[in-house]
Design a protein around this ligand. Sequence first.
Ligand code: ZN
Length: 170
Amino acid sequence: MENLKIHCFPDKILRQKTEKVTRIDNTVRELSEKMLEIMKEASGIGLASNQVGKLLRVAVIGNLPDILDEPLILINPEINDFEDWTTQDEGCLSFPGVSTAVRRRVKVYATFWNLKEEEMKIEARGILARAIQHELDHLDGILFPDHLSFLSRQLLLQKYRRRKKKAPSF
Ligand code: ZN
């Protein structure tokens, strides 16, 4: 597999919906391996395939040592049920340098395939539930500023654009 890198907003691929994985083959295995590496390198908590330029329904979650012994590889994940609401600060590897409070469900019940094509169930709360919702959004082309009010979204995007401009360009 070619070298993958994180695509940042406003890259159009972040708005594309990913396609369901029909079977676990080497492409899916290699992609999830690469995504784990990239997530680790970037010190992120989660990463979805369209963030690295691929359009398969694959996401990874990790770097949560108190909650997960091993990173999660989520293939064809779906949220089946949820409970309550909470608002917490949240950022995204595709929006480096900015974060804001986002309203999400406190608890989610999700299903997904693991790499053995076994159907897995997970009951998650707190930051893990938040990560699952954030990554599933990505897989459907939804980005975290979409959850904000018009004004908060404008402020966040303004901050993001200003921040990008400060970086040296070559
Ligand atoms: Zn993200």
